[in-house]
Design a protein around this ligand. Structure first.
Ligand SMILES: Cc1cc2nc3c(=O)[nH]c(=O)nc-3n(C[C@H](O)[C@H](O)[C@H](O)COP(=O)(O)OP(=O)(O)OC[C@H]3O[C@@H](n4cnc5c(N)ncnc54)[C@H](O)[C@@H]3O)c2cc1C
Length: 469
């Protein structure tokens, strides 16, 4: 049972007092800590796990940013205004405009800051397109894994002398009689509790996708799908926010996925689809426009027999996907089947030969004609699939929630009745994202986008709030 209480005390006393307490040590919390430290204020980071991992470590660690020198090195001309337009186009114009503007403009400088100040060796993914991005703007570290990202951020925090209290699960925020947030209570594994006073608090403890009851309330269509995020995403930020009468926004928004190798449970990059692959169900039939995006693929695949589908692609595409550690792992675990002909592929997958061959032929005919298929997918300019053909059985998953606490341009938590809570900040999954209220509003990278940018903004702003207190 998730514990998330607000306690009001007339004259709260604490075991220790810190200027800024940051709850959670994923990308958002660690980046907030780096920014806070840079602003001259020492934060304390509290993390429930023994080693910080979070959903950040489960991600591909890819962060979208526009106008960076990493893009320029590949001749990619991009800018924040185009990025804003892409985010809003995917979100059907329903994302909060000022937040979209803030994060789209902050992303490029944040990536270069992490590279220049902390030595994170970003490069841009330049060999394939992510749906909805008009330019190639996903930035990642060498392994293209979020585990490397969170490890590098933790190392940077340690090198900056940021104190990190692990195995410290924050259960309670403490207010004084005047309604001012004054600190928190963290529970330790031995059952003891620490009372920590703080002049400013940053909620970086992510969203609610790991809390079944909250998922049933807000995303019932994926309540039975695999949850693919970190178990620590239990929604405390949201539960505290409700009790504080904070403004919640776009609560139904989320990132789903429809390409998780089954039963291996390994993410298979959507590049296998975008580069010219397609999905069929157990009857060998295509069932939707896969180029819409992988987030909405969650619900699309969930609606198929046995909640499974097959991704069909080829050896060339496998070569591109191999840059992802996850894909290499899927290969190691024999999740990726290969065959020299469609008939052989049908035998390997146990899909009906005639139906698979018909799906194959239809796709390839549309590629040759550069036309749009019956599902609305355009195949113009997409290379034909050539042997060896590949297939992987996949299922649907819920990755993370995108709705959350509404924040202003300084990442301060907004109140439902208007105004802000001056010393409470939210970043990453704890805050409302920029995807609007629908799964189809999720543009690749929206998760880490708000973790990185709001994390940095919240860290700076919390330092300012703690100094002015
Ligand atoms: C499989 C997968 C792939 C993804 N791929 C991408 C991608 O390539 N690009 C992208 O942009 N996004 C991606 N995402 C989304 C992205 O991972 C998240 O949006 C992002 O990591 C959120 O960062 P965060 O710091 O807010 O949360 P997290 O990384 O989850 O960190 C939150 C931390 O808070 C801790 N915590 C929680 N509650 C408490 C508490 N009460 N007290 C103390 N500590 C607490 C947790 O243990 C955790 O360490 C992916 C997500 C998944 C699951």
């Amino acid at each position: 049972m998730t514990e998330a209480r607000i306690l009001t005390e007339v004259d709260p006393r604490f075991d220790i007092e810190v200027p800024v307490a940051i709850i959670g040590a994923g990308a958002a919390g660690l980046i907030a800590a780096l920014a806070c430290r840079e602003a001259g204020v020492e934060p304390l980071v509290l993390e429930r796990d023994a080693v910080p991992r979070g959903s950040t470590s489960l991600s591909a660690g890819l962060i979208p940013a526009a106008g960076t020198r990493f893009q320029r090195a590949h001749g990619i001309a991009d800018d924040a205004a185009t990025f804003v337009a892409d985010i809003q186009k995917k979100a059907h114009g329903q994302a909060e405009p000022s937040l979209v503007n803030t994060v789209a403009h902050a992303a490029g400088p944040a990536i270069e800051w992490l590279a220049d100040r902390f030595g994170l060796g970003f490069s841009v993914v330049h060999d394939f397109d992510y749906p909805g991005h008009s330019h190639r703007r996903m930035h990642g570290l060498a392994s293209r894994s979020g585990a490397e990202l969170v490890d590098r951020l933790r190392a940077a925090a340690e090198a900056s002398d940021v104190p990190l209290l692990t195995e410290a699960r924050v259960t309670t925020l403490i207010m004084d009689a005047a309604g001012v947030l004054r600190g928190l209570i963290a529970k330790r594994p031995d059952g003891s509790a620490e009372r920590i006073g703080a002049r400013a608090i940053v909620l970086a403890c992510s969203g609610y996708a790991g809390n079944k009851a909250l998922v049933r309330r807000y995303i019932p269509e994926l309540a039975e799908a695999i949850y693919f995020g970190h178990p620590g995403n239990e929604g405390e930020a949201l539960l505290w926010g409700e009790q504080l009468h904070a403004a919640l926004r776009d609560m139904t928004g989320h990132q789903g996925h429809g390409s998780v190798a089954h039963p291996q449970g390994i993410l298979v990059s959507w590049a296998v689809i975008m580069e010219g692959g397609f999905q069929v169900n157990l009857h060998g039939h295509r069932f939707w426009n896969e180029s819409s995006g992988y987030s909405e693929a969650g619900v699309a695949v969930m609606g198929q027999p046995d909640h499974v589908a097959w991704d069909i692609f080829d050896g060339r595409i496998a070569g591109i996907a191999r840059q992802f550690e996850d894909f290499r792992q899927a290969e190691t675990q024999h999740a990726i089947l290969m065959a020299d002909s469609v008939e052989e592929l049908a035998r390997a997958t146990k899909l009906p030969i005639a139906a698979l061959a018909a799906s194959f032929a239809d796709v390839e005919a549309h590629k040759r004609a550069g036309s749009i298929d019956g599902h609305g997918r355009s195949w113009s300019g997409i290379a034909a699939l050539c042997p060896p053909f590949c297939a992987v059985r996949v299922t649907a998953a819920l990755f993370h929630s995108q709705g959350g606490l509404a924040v202003d341009e300084q990442a301060r938590v907004r109140l439902a009745a208007g105004g802000i809570i001056p010393n409470l900040f939210a970043a990453g999954g704890a805050a409302c994202g920029v995807s609007g209220p629908e799964a189809s509003g999720y543009l690749s990278g929206n998760g880490l986008l708000t973790a990185v940018t709001l994390g940095r903004i919240a860290g700076h702003a919390a330092a300012g709030a703690a100094r002015n207190d």
